[in-house]
Design a protein around this ligand. Sequence first.
Ligand SMILES: [Zn+2]
Length: 368
Amino acid sequence: MTAAVESAKSAPAAARLPAGVVTGEDYRTLVAACKAGGYALPAVNVTGTNSLNATLEAAATAKADVVIQLSNGGARFFAGEGLKDEANARALGAVSAARHVHLLAQHYGVCVVLHTDHANRKLVPWVERMLDFSEEEFKHTKKPLFSSHMLDLSEEPIEENLQTCARILKRMSPMGMSLEIELGVTGGEEDGIGAEHDGADNAKLYTQPEDVAKAFKLLSMIGHFSVAASFGNVHGVYAPGNVKLRPEILKKSQDLVQAQFKTPVKPLNLVFHGGSGSEKEKISEAVSYGVFKMNIDTDTQFAFAQGVGKFVLENPVAFQHQIDPGNGKPTKKSYDPRKWLRLGEKAMVERLQEAFVDLGSKGKSLAG
Ligand SMILES: [Zn+2]
């Protein structure tokens, strides 16, 4: 019997939560339910209302809860590339997306975690600016705007990484917000670490369990946090064979922390970055070790592009002429953005159904 099956059996009947954005106690309940039930939620990067609504639709279709997240670039795009002040646009775009989700999520009947993705040292002020908005929101509603944020200071020495994480978590914790941190470097295009140049034994690509224990010692005293651990995962999709996923590294971290701090099983909340294109067995294995969230971006981007691209290739005339020169008929029905953007959304909804199944979260929504 796998650890996941065992903990699923001993888990109490799943709690129910109100549909909509989960923060604070409800967020912690959701994370605990994922770990106890041996399943994880896809964390989908969105860049506008099309990808955002498609994610809500996908979750509703799968009767599953979901994480909606924005990268700083995604947030900037959400505000509009035409908005000149980039730093401002990054913050306002994230807030705009968050308000959109707060308004709509409950109507889709699922629980949604609202999160922001990688923030390196230069982007710490971005996170702090979003915290200004959450603190303002909290004053009036007793709820922050976001469920959690991520700080990725994994390029820095671990002490500096953890000190900054501790400082930010101290500010988030009174609002019940959670912080995702990164230890070890996830390879891939966005990190400048090409999997093809680094052998599978490159220590940088694998988080050291001792570092995870250091993080636990410091941060568990302050508030709720999760760890994006590197176990050979890369951002983006590469030709097979370039990277070796070693989920057993996650188990080693869980076991070390459990032994050192005398905690119950699976004390760490783990996050899987670079999930696109991963082997299904490795995904299940990682989830069984306490991964509750798997980022998916590349595969959903490709699905959206395929949905739109297929239609454009099949209807080239409509994208060049308002009146078809061949038959004299108007082509408006085809070039109306709702026609082709909807096909992008549908393709993304379909791709996400696969993700919910792979992660074991289909049909497991706590909403209701
Ligand atoms: Zn990542």
